[in-house]
Write a protein that binds this ligand. Structure first.
Ligand code: ADP
Ligand code: ASP
Ligand code: MG
Length: 463
């Protein structure tokens, strides 16, 4: 009988070393025993993507030897040691090391190229960063096979078709579906586990692209939804979506269930646990997404479904972003509001810069956004439309939960709690799902801890 396909994505910390990969293997084994047919998507090991980025920048700044040293002494050693533990006694240890070395040699050649040209283009970086996932998945698929789980390594560049917007490529769903059915489906239909690289794809010309940092979650959602799997599991290093980022608030606890809209808002407002685009393809196919802890596979985690059973009017979680810009544009001459708003937002759309918050008043338009490499260009173009005023160090705090602030006294309590902070913008999201504040960047963490205490640690908040 055909087993039920599920998509399992393992993030960087869930494949960071041999021990993590052994956990992954036992999780996958238990899914197979439960009658599922897993399709695997994996990230680069640990912080390898960050290290690759660091090497590329070193090479650009004429420190080629230092960059090569990191590849040789850090990246190579990590992967080789992992092979040493996972494939001990497998007989193909040396063959896998040779394959890894071929990839590592290519990496070093690419670094030489960067140092010669002194330039790092998004197109180059996509190719360069893809090696992280290519190295990790080679080891994972071999380790699965050695530990008696039949697996086949797939090349995501041959599966995920995207446009050529390097560093933030947009998937072509119909073309990717055809590839998945051609390449991936026959593997799991033959009871083997396809192992794919997250984050990585290629454009129509076969040039490697990536979906942007943290993009493996998105790969999982794209593959899972196009293959109509029964569920998508995002395995990470925390037990689900927590009430806020545990790194800044040790009291954060697991949120049992979230609606798709709540989860997308949380991701959009900065919760790193999910890539912002992840949820959309899954919503469309009504596929539930689970966020689970690979270090504690028995823990419940968070279930994300199209709708949660009741409209609880409860706050669910707090997300935040730091280091944003609040830019106001005042038109040089009288112009209709709607027309001016369209001109201003048009500059952001054209430069593919995400907007985090917008305010409009009689005097002009204010936009809050992230300072990316397009920042100077955006500023120059806006200067042609009006006089601009910039506050460079603001941050965004979003409390997610359907209409929780409509309950008696809730809003008053929240605002009272924030009395000592400078609030630049305060708004209620369109679907009644987020209450957000633009505050000084330096205050963000304190605001979050403060709100967390009020909403999730004390009984004072009306529930
Ligand atoms: P992975 O490598 O598995 O993709 P990430 O580092 O991208 O993992 O995301 C998991 C991390 O997200 C957690 O370790 C945690 O620090 C951070 N995080 C931020 N906000 C939240 C939140 N609300 N709930 C859970 N984790 C969060
Ligand atoms: N390895 C990539 C990154 O670190 C993609 C991912 O892990 O989601 O951004
Ligand atoms: Mg991630």
């Amino acid at each position: 009988m055909q087993k039920t396909p599920i998509l399992m994505k393992f993030g960087g910390t869930s494949v960071e070393n041999a021990k993590a990969i052994l956990n992954l293997i036992s999780i996958v084994k238990s899914k197979i025993e439960q009658g599922f047919s897993p399709i695997l998507v994996a990230s680069a090991m640990g912080k390898i993507t960050d290290r690759l980025l660091f090497c590329a920048n070193l090479a650009k700044e004429n420190q080629l030897e230092k960059a090569k040293e990191i590849v040789r002494d850090e990246i190579r050693i990590l992967h080789f040691n992992t092979v040493g533990v996972l494939l001990k006694g497998a007989g193909n240890e040396e063959e896998i090391r040779r394959k890894l070395d071929l990839l590592l040699e290519e990496l070093k050649d690419l670094l030489t190229g960067v140092s010669l040209y002194g330039e790092l283009t998004p197109r180059f970086l996509d190719t360069f960063l893809s090696y992280g996932e290519r190295l990790s998945t080679l080891i994972i698929s071999e380790a699965l096979n050695f530990h008696k789980v039949k697996a086949n390594l797939c090349d995501s560049r041959k599966v995920l078709v995207t446009d050529s917007h390097f560093a933030k490529a947009v998937p072509d769903f119909p073309k990717t579906k055809i590839k998945l059915e051609e390449i991936v489906k026959p593997i799991y239909e033959a009871d083997s586990v396809p192992v794919l690289q997250g984050f990585v794809g290629s454009d129509e010309n076969g040039i490697t692209t990536t979906l942007g940092r943290g993009g493996s979650d998105f790969s999982a959602a794209i593959f899972g939804s196009l293959l109509s799997v029964a569920q998508i599991e995002i395995w990470t290093d925390v037990s689900g979506v927590l009430t806020t980022d545990p790194r800044i608030c040790s009291e954060a606890k697991t949120v049992e269930s979230l609606s798709f809209n709540e989860a997308s808002e949380l991701a959009y407002f900065g919760a790193k646990v999910l890539h912002p685009s992840t949820i959309r393809p899954a919503i469309e196919r009504k596929i539930p997404v689970y966020i689970l802890n690979s270090k504690k596979p028995q823990a419940e985690g968070t279930k994300i479904t199209k709708n949660v059973s009741k409209d609880s009017q409860e706050p669910k979680a707090i997300a935040f972003k730091e280091g944003l810009v609040n830019l106001q544009v005042v038109p040089f001459e009288m112009i209709q509001h709607a027309e001016f708003l369209a001109l201003v937002t048009g500059v952001f759309a054209k430069n593919k810069v995400n907007v985090d918050a917008v305010t409009i008043s009689e005097s002009g338009v204010g936009i809050v956004f992230e300072k990316t490499s397009e920042y100077d260009r955006v500023k120059q173009e806006l200067k042609l439309l009006g006089e601009i005023k910039v506050s460079e160090n603001v941050g965004l705090v979003g409390i997610v939960g359907k209409n929780f602030w409509l309950k008696k006294d809730s809003l008053e309590l929240i605002l009272h709690n924030l009395m000592n902070f400078k609030i630049h913008v305060f708004s209620q999201g369109t679907l009644g799902i987020v209450l957000s504040f633009v505050v000084e960047s330096k205050d963000v963490q304190e605001v979050v801890r403060n709100l967390h205490k009020l909403l999730f640690e004390k009984n004072e908040f009306v529930r």
